[in-house]
Design a protein around this ligand. Sequence first.
Ligand code: SAM
Ligand code: SF4
Length: 326
Amino acid sequence: MALDRFGRRIHYLRISLTDHCNLRCLYCMPEDMTFRPNADLMQDDEILLLTRLFANLGFDKIRLTGGEPTARAHVVELVRGITHTPGVRSVSMTTNGVLLSRLAKPFAEAGLQRVNISIDTLNPAKFRRLTRWGDMEDVWDGILAAEEAGLTPVKLNAVVVKSYNEEDVLDLARLTLEHPWQVRFIEMMPFAGATELQTKQMVSAAQIQARVEAAFGALEAANSGKLDGEARIFHIPGAQGDIGFISSVSAPFCATCTRARLTADGMLRMCLLREHEIDLLKPLRAGATRDDLRTMILDAVWNKPWGHGLVEGVIATNRVMSQIGG
Ligand code: SAM
Ligand code: SF4
């Protein structure tokens, strides 16, 4: 079991399969983003070896992310390898959904259990503005394909950005009346090269909730008031689905964090919003033994920071979100 010095059991690993992406969301990366060459990224056998090591240390929950994980070559085979790793109990994926109408069924057959699909608005023009070149219909088809393939409960992630999609939270919330989906509203976080957009156009979870309640009435707490991962969960009375609020900036959930992140270039990052990283890939390529790597992971876990420093104005500036793995 991997414990940190505050007694938190760290057992949830987010693996970024690539930093590459087929969209360019405004709040995530610049339009002229450059990506790492493939040789710098973990190869399939390296991902599987590290997954086995983490699983041996008690990491039983894995989320695959990116960049856009579905943009990685041979991703279905890789998913199969990860889901079949002894000790791994649950494997999910965060995706923009663009390629999901084709991949949902093969993913489910490969053992993937769930997906979170990012969709910030149901308005196609606004969707294009936020993603710079995305087609909302592709994502909608992806959502339906995920449900059809049994990658459920389907969770939809929406980052809310002032003067872009604040009013659109109502259409997204309305989806839960008819669909057993969980729509999760996320506060925008600042990263490297923090743009005016990230710092000045953040909408707080409390503001989003107030807007939803003004339209639908008071929300009822779901999940017995417990956090679902990082989200506080509610529902509109009588609705089939849930609404979640992720308040990483205004009300962080650091005290209950059980996560570690492995970037696509093989760096172990113990806090999304802290810069410190431990390179696992270079030692692995230089011939480190399993015991060496195991010790490095346990040390990193032990020294996991208590929490992030956004409230004190500390912004992690060494990577943007897509280079860490959201
Ligand atoms: N490409 C996939 C996707 O978009 O779902 C997976 C990677 S993406 C980095 C993971 C999640 O991070 C997405 O839901 C995205 O909306 C969110 N995200 C990206 N930049 C963010 C930011 N600055 N603040 C908060 N969430 C952000
Ligand atoms: Fe790509 Fe996801 Fe970042 Fe959008 S949020 S640019 S889809 S990695």
